[in-house]
Design a protein around this ligand. Sequence first.
Ligand code: ACO
Length: 324
Amino acid sequence: MSRKAKITGIGSYLPAEIISNNELSKTLDTSDEWITTRSGIKQRHRAAEGEATSDIALQAAQAALSDAGITAQDIDLIIVSTTTPDLTFPATAALVQKKLGINHGAAFDVQAVCSGFVYGLSVASAMVETGQAQRVLLIGAETMTRLLDWEDRTTAVLFGDGGGAVVLEATEITTPDAPHIVGSYLRSDGNLTDLLYVDGGPSTTGTTGKLRMQGREVYRHAVGNIAEAIESLLQKHNLTVDDIDWFVPHQANKRIIDGVAKKIGLPVEKTVVTVQEHANTSAASIPLALHDLVKSGRVASGDVLMLEAMGGGLTWGANLVIWA
Ligand code: ACO
């Protein structure tokens, strides 16, 4: 018997307002054709005025709790993966705790930009495995549109707002194929900060700043780094690409997703793609894609899932999950 974490509930939320590529092309020198062919994105959701990351997180969290058949009282740890917190402090997780109406347990944020959910799942499962938490609410939530320079067509077309959440619970497993979080692989290279960053912060400019990206350079690193993470994680657990039932990648760009699948030899039918509906929602994109897979009824108990992401830092990584 060994103590592991398993996913027992999932939920997601997208703000009501939808902005199509055609709508963007009215104010930016761009086109639906350019955005679609370069990224696969067709539309993005934008948070309403006054709608904060914690509000998005709360909606996703409540849906995940309901799916798990538990209430906020049953949770003893809240982790919010976000790069767009409501405030510099406290953590958005603490604000979600307040909005959930609980005051027990612990709450903190994880900041790994687009890799936030992968990092968060690694931390959450480790907290469960070491007995520091029994039931965790892990949320990826973002208001990326607030970080965009709406005059910069090279970035403004690529991002959107949204949230997704999972409930993780402790489980005692007796066989390696029982539903649980099998393992994670995390990497970063801070020397590549300049490729993707926000040009502001409390200890430098005193402002929030705007997102800056060398898109072509990010693209150049993405496929290789992600493939390396997946292959390392598979190897560590004595598995091969053929053992993957579902590939649930970070939804930044369809070309990156296809490039990774091709590089590791994964059939396109096993790949979950939702980027066309919500653009790059950073730490929220994996739970949004995962929820889409679950809602479609395609995933079965015992299926092997590979989650992966790369983002600002650069950070990258992957999680291996046996679905409950
Ligand atoms: N509409 C029309 N034209 C545009 C736009 C736009 N929105 N943006 C840039 N262009 C123009 C450029 O100005 C350039 O014009 P030029 O040739 O006259 O100079 C031309 O299109 C080509 O620009 P590139 O940047 O070279 O285009 P590229 O083919 O590399 O595609 C893209 C750009 C989509 C950003 C690509 O590099 C990419 O996907 N990079 C990865 C970025 C990413 O996904 N980041 C997300 C965060 S990291 C992550 O999550 C993995």
